[in-house]
Design a protein around this ligand. Structure first.
Ligand code: BGC
Length: 414
């Protein structure tokens, strides 16, 4: 009897060891900057507390361009990762190809339909099935500034394009860098979409980047957007080319530069450097875009892999949507929760503003998907925007030519 009991215990222990050992996820992502890694640790720790171990597959490169190339290679080799950080139209593209796991059971249990905003559901559901778990909502129409520099130069919050130009003139005259920028196509496009929103307003943004309306793409307003990019080009330093976004944030953090136009993942870098919103840095909406939110949401899509990993995929999806986790993670990441029912109590003033702006923009029809971050059109179109914007920013085309090139490039990519 005793022997049988002991054998039973050994067997159960082995069985639970077996289950435990299977509980792992390999996650492909591009969260490699200091702030991003800090946020990722919140997720890793949360999963590890639930007995799921993390197999890290980081691919550096803001906005995930490089990560998506690695993903395609992994899938082509028949070896997809368990879970992948993904944006907008890329998720729908993989779903269309039948590559993603059905998360309906977890979604039903967690009542995702009721708590995840419909603007996100558009990218997390395909043909009625949940195929991705949204972890956050970022927005791109922010300008980050070094408060000490603004105070020293007597610069008040810029509220229009002209304000912004005169503020940048003052900074440039003082010998500091006015605009911290990294010359990479996705960063050029991130600045471009904000300047487009500031210049043409919401309808223009929607017609150009979401509807891909030819007349709007070829309009005089679009030419003004390109001309304004040329003006901004005059405020970046000589070493901007190829610089990573977080190094541009570091220039504002260190007091080398006054401004950076960047999504709110930049806040993660400021916090990581122990800087306080309102005291050390300011999070302002890009002048003229207050009321609007251009958003992107990081989601985790699960690939169809061996049957024994579906349990850990479900656990990952469930953990991502837990309200306490949504708060803890987004406080560090700089984004806001992907659920409508999470309190803003733990968030700093920038986070509180981000949450409020999101609700208002959504209520007022002023919430638009970010072109630069895969939420306004599929990748081929996004890349066509990138090509023209970057070529123009680097002086290959004048603004008039850029407009004509843009019309052609989008027509071909469609
Ligand atoms: C992602 C952010 C990320 C940023 C820079 C964006 O596309 O949504 O999570 O921090 O790229 O890498």
């Amino acid at each position: 009897m005793l022997k049988r009991l002991m054998l039973g215990t050994v067997f159960t222990t082995l069985l639970s060891f077996q289950t435990h050992a299977d509980q792992s996820v390999e996650v492909l992502h591009w969260w490699t900057s200091g702030g991003e890694a800090g946020a990722l640790n919140v997720l890793k720790d949360d999963l590890s507390s639930k007995g799921v171990s993390w197999n890290d597959m980081p691919v550096a490169g803001g906005s995930g361009t490089a990560a998506m190339t690695v993903l395609r290679a992994r899938v082509a080799a028949g070896n997809p990762p368990t879970a992948v950080q993904m944006l907008g139209f890329d998720i729908l593209d993989w779903a269309q190809q039948g590559a993603l796991t059905d998360l309906n059971a977890v979604a039903k249990e967690g009542n995702w339909d009721a708590v995840i905003p419909t603007a996100l559901q558009k990218f997390s559901k395909h043909e009625g099935k949940w195929i991705a778990a949204p972890v956050n909502v970022h927005s791109t129409n922010w300008i980050w500034s070094n408060k000490a520099i603004l105070d020293e130069l007597n610069i008040s919050e810029p509220n229009s394009w002209d304000d912004l130009v005169s503020a940048m003139d003052k900074v440039k005259a003082s010998g500091k860098v006015a605009l911290a920028h990294g010359g990479q196509p996705w960063q050029d496009a991130t600045v471009f979409e904000s300047i487009a929103l500031l210049t043409g307003g919401g309808d223009f943004y929607k017609k150009a980047f979401i509807d891909l309306d030819e007349e709007t793409l070829g309009s005089d307003t679009m030419k003004t957007v390109f001309e304004r990019m040329e003006v901004l080009r005059g405020y970046v330093d000589d070493n901007f080319s190829g610089r990573d976004w977080n190094l541009a944030s570091a220039m504002v953090i260190n007091g080398e530069a006054a401004f950076q136009i960047m999504g709110d993942w930049a806040k993660g870098e400021f916090l990581r450097a122990n800087k306080k919103p309102g005291a050390d840095f300011l999070c302002l909406r890009v002048p003229g875009t207050q009321g609007y939110v251009t958003f992107n949401s990081d989601q985790f899509a699960m690939f169809n892999v061996d049957g024994n990993q579906t349990e850990s995929q479900a656990q990952l999806a469930k953990s991502i949507l837990a309200p306490e986790f949504q708060s803890a993670f987004n406080v560090v990441k700089g984004s806001v929760p992907a659920r409508t029912d999470v309190s803003d109590a733990a968030f700093d003033e920038c986070g509180k503003k981000g949450m409020k702006d999101l609700v208002e923009a959504n209520d007022n029809g002023k919430l638009y998907g970010s072109m630069a971050h895969g939420h306004s059109a599929p990748a081929a179109i996004k890349n066509a925007f990138y090509d023209v914007i970057t070529a123009h920013f680097n002086g290959e085309f004048d603004s008039e030519t850029a407009v004509a090139e843009l019309v052609d490039a989008i027509a071909i990519a469609k």
